[in-house]
Design a protein around this ligand. Structure first.
Ligand SMILES: Nc1nc2c(ncn2[C@@H]2O[C@H](COP(=O)(O)OP(=O)(O)O)[C@@H](O)[C@H]2O)c(=O)[nH]1
Ligand SMILES: [Mg+2]
Length: 440
């Protein structure tokens, strides 16, 4: 694909020094001011090797921080052998340039880091176009980084651009600008042409019950995902080799296999130029059967975070989707009364801890009940060599009886309504002789 993305900024597997400068209007987590940035950096695949925290009232036009602090950052970056310094703050293109003059490695700001994550997470064609557009618009003034990619597009060279490639002369930059401008126009046109409904119905077809983790970055989504899916998935996972760390199989009950997806997560004060691409990366949530909304109950701002997640979900048309609010990090909450009040304020919510597995059993029960809600009993007739069917039933159903004919087998199978509905779509040559609701 003709992609115009600053891959030289991708932070995968790079050693990162994190820098957070608190400003009077910053809304950082008082317990852990660098928590969100750390979580974002990890999501992008970076290895965090050092962290620095500072406060500043007035922004220095040259380095954002003062020149003394810039020197200090440079020293720490060198000592930690960092490949990249990531600022929690948004920097102007000139500041990035000046900082890179002092610090002997790549400098990224928060928006670029977020865009990098969006770019790696965007699943659909539409989402990719949207992220690319945002990257292009945001990085426009930083074009000296970009020329290698433009050259790749123009010249079709297969080689990957080197990290930290510095820009060419003014003439090259002029050409780049024109190419970039043209790409922006093309992207806008392409995005406008995509039929939203069509995208959703195609995406929505899936063989398994889909569960999606949503919530703020740093709330504990990935920790919970690991806790739930780590046990016992490896041995039987060959069939699902295409699944990655963002989506994994999760066996909720003996005959209940689901797909669990991790999302990028919401970000505090998301810069407005990133909002469209952020929404695009949430398409997984739109197509899920159940949402697990993870909130950090130990965060000072938890109620506002919950509210803003609800608001965005509503905008995405997910308001009536089945969901469970999980009040995570209960182990970290110092005031039990506060937790009780929070749980009472949100009916149906559950108090959990993803690190010490508190409340997890109960949560799984709850999920299971939702998946199984409205189970049906099917009487099926199929050729007994129908491998697809046997596989499907092994994943999704409890079999209660078999009756063998010369070529066929009649079976009684109990499964979730959603799985029964998908049966015809995924398994050829099976006849449903009877279908009735199960009272449990
Ligand atoms: N104390 C405590 N820390 C947690 C809990 N769940 C997650 N964390 C920590 O919170 C940070 C962010 O977690 P992560 O799973 O990356 O959050 P994500 O951004 O929502 O995926 C990590 O340092 C986790 O170890 C919890 O239940 N209790
Ligand atoms: Mg995560």
């Amino acid at each position: 694909m003709n992609k115009l993305i600053r891959t030289d900024l991708a932070v995968s597997r790079e050693r990162a020094l994190l820098v957070c400068i608190e400003r009077p209007d910053s809304r950082l987590d008082p317990h852990d001011p660098l928590g969100e940035l750390r979580s974002l950096a990890k999501t992008a695949g970076a290895l965090v090797v050092d962290e620095m925290f500072g406060k500043r009232r007035k922004i220095d036009p040259a380095y954002y921080v003062g020149s003394g602090k810039a020197e200090e950052i440079a020293e720490r970056a060198e000592a930690a052998e960092a490949d990249v310094v990531i600022f929690d703050n948004d920097l102007s293109p000139a500041q990035v340039r000046d900082l890179e003059g002092v610090i002997d490695c790549k400098v990224l700001d928060r928006s670029e880091l977020i865009l990098d994550i969006f770019a790696s997470r965007a699943q659909t064609h539409q989402a990719r176009l949207q992220v690319e557009l945002a990257q292009l618009e945001y990085t426009y003034p930083r074009l000296r980084h970009m020329w290698t990619h433009l050259e790749r597009i123009a010249g079709g060279a297969a080689a990957m651009a080197g990290i930290g490639t510095r820009g060419p002369g003014e003439k090259q930059i002029e050409t780049d600008r024109r190419l970039a401008q043209r790409r922006v126009t093309d992207l806008k046109r392409a995005i406008a042409q995509i039929d939203q409904r069509k995208v959703r119905t195609i995406q929505g077809r899936s063989e398994m019950f889909r569960i999606c983790l949503v919530g703020y970055t740093n709330a504990g989504k990935s920790t919970l995902m690991n806790l739930l899916t780590d046990a016992g998935v490896l041995t039987e996972d060959r069939l699902f080799a295409t699944l990655d760390t963002k989506t994994r199989k999760w066996r909720v009950g003996p005959a209940v296999m689901t797909l669990l997806s991790d999302t990028v997560g919401f970000v505090r004060d998301l810069p407005h130029h990133l909002v469209a691409s952020f929404r695009a990366t949430l398409e997984e949530a739109i197509n899920a059967d159940l949402l697990l909304h993870v909130a950090d109950a130990s965060h000072a701002d938890v109620e506002n975070q919950i509210k803003s997640v609800f608001a965005v979900l509503a905008e995405l048309g997910c308001k009536d989707k089945d969901q469970i609010l999980l009040l995570n990090k209960a182990d970290r909450v110092k005031d039990p009364a506060m937790l009780t009040a929070l749980a009472a304020a949100y009916r149906g919510s559950r108090v959990i801890s993803a690190v010490n597995a508190l409340g997890i059993e109960e949560m799984i029960e709850d999920v299971l009940a939702r998946v199984e809600r409205g189970r049906v009993s099917l009487t099926l007739r199929a050729d007994f060599r129908n491998g697809r069917l046997m596989q499907y039933l092994a994943q999704h159903a409890e079999l209660s009886s078999h009756q063998w004919g010369p070529q066929t087998v009649d079976m009684q199978a109990v499964m979730a309504v959603a799985d029964a509905d998908r049966l015809a779509q995924f398994v050829p040559d099976v006849r449903v002789l009877d279908r009735s609701a199960v009272d449990e």
